[in-house]
Each structure stands twice: as structure tokens, then as C-alpha cells.
Write a protein that binds this ligand. Structure first.
Ligand SMILES: O=C(O)CCC(=O)C(=O)O
Ligand SMILES: [Fe+2]
Length: 378
């Protein structure tokens, strides 16, 4: 049956090798940016062979003995990197039903006593013993750098699609010596037979500019995107990334680029676990986005008023949040997702953002973490 349901466009970078196809590519990219907020990216510069190697490692990473995974628990890391057991993370005040490792591009922390707290959110990540999964670290680091760079390249295409100079976004980026991109390697276990339907990841907007999600093959779509008042499946398409845009990009583009609300369902009972790797691209921390709002030709800007699915943007709440220093915006999201890590490493911020103490949902986790901390003697 034909439907008018919006769909997530597939952008094929191979089209760009033929100059005559460029306008078609740019028109579709513009539509994805303004009306959808999500796209599939095909033929990205990240080699399929590298992605294949990473995909092979992922189930083995989660199948490691629990005590080996716990050795790199996030509870050890002031930079919020490492392993989180099932249901230890928090999105929009709800517990997520997923287990994950947070890794990032190689980086030395720039935090110094007395310096801005947000610099503490960036630093080296924790890696497993090389013998447990030989080659994994090298593969993951190459992947992280490759996807970050693919994202930077995409930004110049985005600029072109919005009729800006191709370097219009360069001011938000430094080289990877100075900024860090982080990714989560996630396992969403299937839900129990008797359980009411649960969410693997609570509905949310991403905070930064761009997210690149690698979805491993799964028989059921579980990532869903809210469009036209409905939840639309972002069914995995082999050989593509799902790319979506965050609130910071929406903010600096005057609401022209759409950040779209999305969620992940727990895989149905009886199906295999679902794995994914979202990478949240790093941008500069030492700037105020409010001072960097981009200007567009009027005929481009008016396209946002023609969208069928209007967005709430530039609300007082958004404005207040995004008028902070870029580094604080990102760090604050980390704080809200991991109050337990915040309490441990940034007690003054815990007091400020959780004046009523540890959220109830996390009490169980906290007890677990304390046991763990005793075990590893920190
Ligand atoms: O696992 C996914 O497919 C997406 C997860 C996500 O949206 C997020 O972690 O921000
Ligand atoms: Fe997300």
C-alpha cells in the first residue's frame, strides 16, 4: 500500500565522482538536513574492510568474562570512558537497557587543577589487556579517527548543500590533537518473554553536531526516529552509516538543520542481541556557539518554514542551555547521564546538579559500583 510516511534518505557519496550528479546529491542532502534530521550515508571514506574487522570483534568484546570487563569500568575514569554494565546509564532521567563501552580518539587530558571542569571530560580512554582481544584497540582507534574525519568531510558537503562557503563549519573544528571524538560500542540484549516492552535507549535528541551510527545486522529494526508524529524505523542497511544531527548544529544553523528525536527499542524476546556503535563527533570546546550563529541566503532560510514537521527550536530553554561554553554543554550531558561517576570525580558538580542526591533508579547501581570499587581497590 503506498503511504506518505516520511522516509530516511540514502545519500551515496559515489554520486559525487560524477559532476552531473552533484545537484541531485545536494538536493537530497538539503532535504535530509532540513526536513528529516537523519540520513543513511553510503560509500563513506571509511574502508568497509576496517568496518568488517570491527564488526567481528564486537560480540567477542561483550562475551569476555564479567571481571575482565569490570576491570575497565567507567567508575575508574574521570573522563567517563570505559565499561558500563547493563542499565547503568541514564538518558533524560530514565535508565537505558543496554551494556556498553565508551572509547575515544587518542588524547591527553588538558585538565589542570583550577582549570575549567569540562576539560576533565576529555582524556585517555581505558583499554582491555591486549591479550584478551588482540588487535581490537588498534582497530577501534583507526575506526574512531576514520569516522571522525569522514564527519569533518561531510560538514563541507553540508555547507555546500546549504549554500554556504565550503569551509563555513571549519571554525567549529580543530585537528584531532586538540579535540576528541567519542563512541559507544553498545549491546542491546533482547527483552524477556514475560516483560512489557522496554526501551534500549530512551527518546532523546543528540547534543553535538553530527552522530555516525554503525548498526550491525539485525533481523528487526530497533532504532526509531520521530517524524510526522510517528516512530519511523531506521532499518539497518548494510554498507551504510546512519547519520543524524544534534541540537548544537540545529542551534548554530538558526534551526535550519533539524535535530530529530530518536529512541532504540529493546530487541523482541527470542531475537539476537542488537549491537551498534554511535560516534559523537567532537567539536571545539573553547567557544560560545551563541557568538557563532551562521548566516544563510534568505531563500535557504525560508525552507525551514516550509517543513511539514515543524521543530521546536530557539526555545528559551534551548537558548539558555546553548549559550554556555561549548565544552560545558557537552560535559553537562555526560554529568546528567552518569551521576555516579560525577559524584565520585566531581563532587561539587554532583551537589549542584543533583541537589536531592543520587536518583532512585541508580541506587542499585551505586551499591554495585561500591562493591566493584572495593574489589579493584580504588
Ligand atoms: O544505538 C543506536 O542505534 C543509537 C543510540 C543513540 O541514539 C545514542 O546513543 O545517542
Ligand atoms: Fe542518539
Amino acid at each position: 500500500m503506498p503511504t506518505n510516511r516520511p522516509n530516511i534518505p540514502v545519500l551515496d557519496l559515489a554520486l559525487l565522482s560524477d559532476e552531473t550528479k552533484r545537484p541531485e546529491f545536494m538536493a537530497l542532502l538539503r532535504h535530509a538536513l532540513i526536513n528529516i534530521g537523519f540520513l543513511y550515508l553510503k560509500n563513506s571514506p571509511v574502508p568497509q574492510e576496517l568496518i568488517g574487522r570491527l564488526v567481528e570483534y564486537i560480540p567477542r568484546l561483550f562475551d569476555l568474562p564479567q571481571d575482565e570487563k569490570d576491570k575497565i569500568s567507567m567508575v575508574n575514569s574521570p573522563h567517563f570512558y570505559g565499561y558500563s554494565r547493563f542499565a547503568e546509564e541514564y538518558t533524560e532521567g530514565e535508565t537505558d537497557h543496554r551494556e556498553h563501552f565508551d572509547f575515544a580518539t587518542p588524547y591527553e587530558t588538558r585538565w589542570k587543577p583550577g582549570g575549567p571542569d569540562h576539560l576533565g571530560f576529555f582524556g585517555p580512554c581505558q583499554w582491555l589487556d591486549e591479550d584478551l582481544l588482540p588487535g581490537f584497540r588498534e582497530t577501534m582507534e583507526t575506526y574512531l579517527i576514520g569516522v571522525h574525519n569522514a564527519g569533518v568531510q561531510l560538514m563541507s558537503l553540508i555547507a555546500e548543500a546549504l549554500q554556504l562557503p565550503s569551509d563555513a563549519f571549519a571554525k567549529f573544528y580543530y585537528s584531532l590533537d586538540e579535540i576528541q571524538s567519542r563512541a559507544k560500542v553498545i549491546k542491546y540484549p533482547p527483552q524477556q518473554e514475560s516483560q512489557a516492552s522496554v526501551l534500549g535507549n530512551t527518546p532523546h535528541f543528540d547534543t553535538r553536531f553530527v552522530t555516525f551510527v554503525l548498526q550491525l545486522p539485525h533481523p528487526r529494526p530497533t532504532l526509531q526516529v520521530q517524524l510526522g508524529g510517528e516512530w519511523i524505523d531506521a532499518t539497518p542497511i548494510p554498507g551504510t552509516f546512519v547519520v543524524n544531527f544534534g541540537k548544537s548544529l540545529e542551534y548554530v544553523t538558526q534551526g535550519l538543520v533539524k535535530a530529530t528525536y530518536h529512541r532504540v527499542l529493546s530487541p523482541p524476546a527470542g531475537s539476537p542481541p542488537r549491537y551498534s556503535v554511535p560516534l559523537f563527533q567532537g567539536t571545539r570546546l573553547d567557544m560560545y556557539l551563541a557568538d557563532e550563529i551562521l548566516d544563510f541566503p534568505p531563500e535557504i532560510l525560508k525552507l525551514k518554514d516550509l517543513r511539514e514537521d515543524p521543530i521546536e527550536t530557539n526555545t528559551a530553554k534551548d537558548n539558555e542551555f546553548y549559550s554556555q561554553l561549548a565544552g560545558d554543554i557537552i560535559f553537562l550531558r555526560g554529568i546528567m547521564s552518569h551521576p555516579d561517576i560525577t559524584e565520585q570525580f566531581y563532587p561539587h558538580l554532583f551537589k549542584k546538579y543533583f541537589p536531592d542526591g543520587m536518583p532512585k533508579q541508580l541506587m542499585r547501581t551505586k551499591t554495585q559500583l561500591e562493591g566493584q570499587r572495593d574489589m579493584i581497590g580504588t
